[in-house]
Design a binder for this molecule. Structure first.
Ligand SMILES: [Fe+2]
Length: 452
């Protein structure tokens, strides 16, 4: 199904970044250890898995067709594993299927929905940034439709909507090259409909991968990886490149404010895909993110511009001063937290260690107050993907719960879903669900509780 030409030479198609070629359905998976019976739901994870002919010379990791992997847990058992390509027109054609139903006109772009998969308002969506709409999937990961959120989505969505734990609403920063120098902020209500959008002018067309917010502000990351017309005209896989001249800045939009209310703060040039969290501290805003020195400058096939570190910025909203400090210089990415603290002060974060070309490495827990980290030491055998924190029912301590991550067993070349006590991530896993297939390194996943 997948033909790769010249795969060697493109690191984003090698090792555990090589695509799998089959959709698999398996029931009653083998479990080592004990799955907590209260875990009733699905762990879903999306990632690029190109289908059909792939020209390795031009292939950019961010553009591979989306494939969602899912594991259903209930009553202490792992009921099923499924992996499914996310059908857009291109994937459907390559699989010899009819186009998926779409809420959009035929000329609306719908490239690979390959970056994240979320549950919201009782629905499951595979999602991506840069102008492509969300693709609704069924509970069992069949593609349902290319969605416009019941007619409420103006145009573009994002791979990183963030849920406000206090309201249940999603905050979403979107961008699209066709808008020129602006981005668009959305609020999606608990009913799954967009209730508000704000167009925010920027100085170029920045790639804004994610969002952060505090109780007072929405953070706008106007960083120097910018839409490049020349690259687009010459057929680049992803026409966003590092601009050495661009002013790197963070905008603070008051929660219910408009574009005119945004205050901008310049920072030292860098790029981050992923904030870990942000919160207010008096007149300051604190932000923690996985910082890259730059992005898509020398290496234009995927992120690889030096090791990402975990950094903290403190923006004084009155004096305009910004302080930056390193929390941990171990190369790491995919930061996650106890999501009941998004936008609020938090102490712990969980990340995946990464090597060159985002090779998945270890599982890390960070204490943001002491700046101490703990990391697993079994990386000679296992490569860990993005960790997801699941709170225990009735938990009061921030790290009372589990950390869940897909990992590759390099000895068997199969993957498993490992569950750790979040207070003891270096100890043996609480449970391991053995999967019948390799899961390539991908992007983002979530634990989506519930039977629908
Ligand atoms: Fe991301």
């Amino acid at each position: 199904m997948t033909t790769v030409e010249n795969a060697r030479g493109n690191p984003f198609l090698e090792g555990n970044l090589a695509p799998v070629t089959e959709e698999v359905t398996a029931f009653d998976l083998e479990v080592t250890g004990t799955l907590p019976p209260e875990l009733d739901g699905r762990y879903l994870r999306n990632g690029p898995n190109p289908l059909g002919y792939v020209n390795a010379e031009k292939y950019h990791w961010f553009t591979g067709h989306g494939m969602v992997h899912g594991i259903r847990l209930r009553d202490g058992k792992a009921e099923w594993y499924r992996n499914r390509w996310v059908r857009n027109n291109d994937v459907a054609e390559l699989l010899g299927e009819a186009h998926p139903p779409s809420d959009w006109p035929a000329d609306h772009g719908q490239f690979a929905a390959n970056t994240n998969v979320i549950g919201h308002a009782g629905k499951t969506f595979a999602i991506v940034e840069a102008g492509s709409p969300p693709i609704e999937m069924s509970y069992e990961l069949d593609t349902v439709r290319v969605s416009n959120l019941e007619g409420t989505l103006p145009h573009a969505y994002s791979a990183h909507p963030k849920r406000d734990p206090l309201t249940g609403e999603l905050h979403v920063m979107t961008y699209y090259w066709g808008w020129g120098n602006q981005v668009q902020y959305l609020v999606v209500g608990t009913d799954g409909r967009v209730r508000r959008h704000v167009d925010i002018p920027t100085t170029g067309g920045p790639m804004i991968h994610d969002i952060a917010f505090t109780q007072k502000y929405i953070l706008v990351f106007d960083l120097p990886t910018i839409f490049n017309l020349e690259a687009a005209m010459s057929g680049a896989g992803l026409p966003y490149l590092w601009d050495h001249e661009y002013d790197a800045r963070i905008g603070l939009l008051p929660r219910e404010g408009n574009a005119d209310d945004v205050k901008w703060f310049s920072i030292d040039p860098c790029y981050f895909f992923h904030p870990m969290n942000a919160y207010d501290d008096g007149e300051s805003v604190v932000l923690v993110a996985a910082r890259h020195q730059k992005m898509f400058d020398r290496e234009r096939r995927g992120p690889s511009e030096g090791p990402p570190t975990l950094d903290r910025w403190r923006i004084n909203t009155v004096t305009g001063k910004v302080k930056q400090e390193r929390i941990d210089d171990r190369p790491q990415e995919f930061p996650r937290i106890n999501e009941s603290l998004i936008g609020l002060p938090n102490k712990y974060g969980y990340t995946a260690g990464v090597g060159k070309h985002f090779a998945q490495d270890t599982l890390i827990k960070v204490d943001l107050e002491s700046r101490r980290t703990e990391a697993r030491t079994d990386t000679a055998r296992y490569g860990y993907g993005e960790p997801v924190f699941i709170p225990r029912d009735g938990a009061t301590a921030e790290d009372d719960g589990w950390v869940m991550a897909l990992r590759l067993d390099s000895e068997t070349q199969t993957s498993d879903l490992a569950l750790f006590d979040a207070t003891a991530i270096t100890a043996d896993p609480v449970a391991v669900v053995h999967l019948p297939a390799r899961v390539p390194n991908g992007f983002h996943g979530n634990w989506i509780p519930g039977a629908q």
